[in-house]
Design a protein around this ligand. Structure first.
Ligand code: HEM
Length: 114
């Protein structure tokens, strides 16, 4: 979720929003917008083009995005190098109960396929 505070009248579609309001944007929903992404619900790491909003957009675009990408690349490469047969474990996963920052509370993996 990304939030913004209006300092002047703002219009979204047919809705007029006055100054002094706080708006919450559901980035997760935008990243599954079927008008933008073909087969939007499918997890596709090779999707191209991929105009997702995971790092925001515009003037406040995440300054740490290049670092986050390198960290993720190193972490997944090392993980998959060490456990090439990794699979979802029997206990599966649990989501955190946060509205503003979606993520996993726990993810149980099995190092080899059963
Ligand atoms: C997977 C990891 C990350 C995700 C998903 C992420 C996501 C985001 C998003 C969505 C925004 C935009 C917020 C907005 O528009 O209100 C943002 C901004 C920002 N991020 Fe990240 N971020 C990540 C990692 C990092 C890292 C590693 C750093 C610093 C080392 C960082 C520093 C920042 C800063 C300083 C901003 C504010 C930029 C601005 O307002 O101009 N982020 N991030």
């Amino acid at each position: 979720m990304i939030s913004r505070h209006t300092v002047e009248p703002y219009r979204v579609g047919e809705v007029s929003i006055p100054p002094g309001e706080t708006l919450f944007f559901m980035v997760g929903a935008a990243n599954r917008d079927p008008a933008v992404f073909p087969d939007a619900e499918r997890f596709d790491v090779g999707r191209h083009p991929n105009p997702h909003l995971g790092f925001g957009a515009g003037i406040h675009y995440c300054v740490g995005a290049p670092l986050a990408r390198v960290e993720a690349q190193v972490a997944f490469e090392r993980l998959l190098h060490r456990f090439p047969e990794i699979a979802l474990g029997q206990d599966g996963f649990r989501w955190r109960k946060l509205v503003n920052l979606r993520g996993l509370q726990s993810l149980v993996l099995s190092p080899a396929r059963p």
